[in-house]
Ligand binder design. Structure first.
Ligand SMILES: Cc1cc2nc3c(=O)[nH]c(=O)nc-3n(C[C@H](O)[C@H](O)[C@H](O)COP(=O)(O)OP(=O)(O)OC[C@H]3O[C@@H](n4cnc5c(N)ncnc54)[C@H](O)[C@@H]3O)c2cc1C
Length: 454
């Protein structure tokens, strides 16, 4: 008799937690577990701004998938580009561009999210994202290259435009990115004696009336105060009207000469979800509180790509926010439900009460709200770093991160431009491969073409 096949799509917070739990709780002859992932690591996204600012090396937050002692999962290096629910087949494009059809009995969809963009002229051509390791490494090189080029330039206009930086998105990703990178340029300027520090200007803008509203009024104002004190200009109720290679136009009419536009204005579910042709809520797959897809046996979804009802907030239709905090807990929970389904037991509903938020603004600046307690400065920083450090999955990753933090605290920042990605296309549209996916009709056609039936 063949063993049931469990296919997990995505090796992020949700996917990796799920796989690890399946490996731990299922005996090898109970099921075969396969993981599809384009990368050989789990990316610890919340520390991405620290990679962009050079406090951490990229490898520190790329956590190995092959360190677990119980490791026995088959890993397919590639991305899922379509799922056919009828025939229970996932279509995969491998990293060598081969198309592979992977049949499953149970599928766990955890492909996360991509950067949310709007129809703003020039946006996808000129903005950088902060969602992948490559983007963080690229942004770091780009920011340092602006300092290098401004330093070398004799043209005051060019200097001024290279030394202005715009970050869009006042959530934790954008705020941390602006804060960490501003610290980098502030520290760097001492090593560029020809540059006028007064020319370096960071803008943080958001269409919402507040930065990080989840923090509440008092803590949110503290965060704004810290950023303003550091010289970051915050513009709320403002977005981008137009983006060009050398300037950005704000919706309030201001035209900012800049070569650096970083776009972190929210996320949307992975385009893989649309290939299912199933019901979605704001693009996320609509699932039951058990994280299964009603009417489709053996289909589960979680993390940023799924609209999981947030039962801790009551029965008013709220869905879990797209955070690592939920994704990793959902990963464990979904593994238990897959095992329950496999063994003919009943599945449990997912309930988790939010533990709060930590925001690392670099150095000793931070604001945190663990379990509703408002913290600022060093205590907030200790909670933020302690939380992230303990959430890193392997001891090697923990050691790398801690060593990097200590080194940075003692030796300060470095301003090395690696140049690995020089002259490569590197804007929003180039990093997230959004055009790789099939439509539901193309998935069906592909499956029919292979002669596979329901
Ligand atoms: C800069 C930044 C800071 C953040 N800070 C915080 C924070 O402080 N606290 C917090 O709780 N959350 C934070 N978040 C949000 C958090 O990182 C996400 O909510 C979390 O990563 C979601 O987990 P996930 O498993 O759903 O997706 P991810 O962790 O994004 O994992 C998705 C995985 O799927 C893979 N994948 C994508 N498409 C496919 C495909 N087609 N086929 C196969 N694999 C695929 C990806 O490569 C990735 O490995 C932050 C996010 C960012 C970008």
């Amino acid at each position: 008799m063949t063993r049931p096949r469990i296919l997990v799509v995505g090796a992020g917070f949700a996917g990796v937690e799920c796989v690890r739990r399946l490996e731990r709780k299922l005996s090898p002859d109970e099921a075969d577990v396969t993981l599809v992932t384009p990368f050989a690591y789990q990316l610890y996204l919340p520390l991405l701004p620290q990679v962009a600012s050079g406090v951490l090396t990229p490898q520190s937050i790329a956590v190995s998938l092959r360190r677990s002692k119980k490791y026995r999962t088959r890993i397919i290096p590639g991305g899922a580009i379509g799922v056919d629910l009828k025939s229970k087949v996932c279509v995969i494009r491998t990293i060598t561009d081969q198309i592979v059809d992977e049949p499953y009995d149970y599928i766990v969809l955890a492909p996360g999210s991509i950067t949310r963009t709007f129809d703003i002229p020039g946006l996808t051509d000129h903005a950088f994202g902060m969602k992948t390791l490559a983007e963080a490494a690229y942004v770091r090189d780009h920011v340092i290259s602006q300092l290098d080029l401004a330093d070398a330039s004799q043209d005051p206009q060019e200097r001024a435009s290279r030394l202005q930086f715009v970050v869009v998105g006042g959530g934790y990703a954008g705020t941390e990115t602006a804060a960490c990178l501003q610290r980098l340029t502030h520290a760097a300027v001492k090593r560029y004696p020809r540059l006028d520090p007064g020319l370096i200007k960071w803008h943080l803008i958001d269409i919402a009336p507040k930065l990080m509203p989840e923090l509440g009024d008092k803590l949110g104002s503290s965060a704004q105060e810290i950023l303003r004190r550091r010289g970051i200009e915050i513009s709320l109720g403002t977005s981008i009207a137009k983006a060009g290679p050398e300037e950005v136009t704000f919706t309030d009419g201001r035209v900012i000469p800049t070569r650096t536009l970083i776009w972190t204005a929210g996320v949307v579910a992975s385009p893989l979800i649309a290939t299912l042709g199933a019901e979605t809520v704001k693009g996320r797959l609509a699932v039951a509180p058990e994280m299964n897809l009603p009417g489709n046996d053996g289909v589960f979804a979680l993390g940023d790509s799924a609209a999981v009802p947030d039962l801790a907030k009551g029965d008013d239709g709220a869905m879990c926010p797209p955070t690592a905090q939920h994704a990793l807990r959902q990963g464990k929970h979904v593994a238990d439900n897959v095992i329950a389904a496999l063994r003919g037991q009943s599945m449990q509903r997912y309930v988790h009460k939010d533990l709060g938020l930590v925001v690392d603004l670099g150095g000793t600046d931070a604001v945190s709200k663990p379990l509703g307690i408002e913290l600022r400065g060093l205590p907030a920083q200790a909670v933020a770093r302690g939380y992230h450090w303990s959430a890193l999955r392997t001891n090697v990753a923990k050691t790398r991160v801690m060593t990097n933090w200590l080194l940075n605290a003692v030796a300060g920042d470095d301003f090395v431009r690696t140049g690995f990605q020089t002259r490569k296309a590197a804007r929003l549209k180039d990093f997230e491969y959004t055009d790789a996916y099939l439509t539901p009709e193309q998935v069906r056609e592909h499956i029919e073409g292979t002669g596979r039936q329901d």
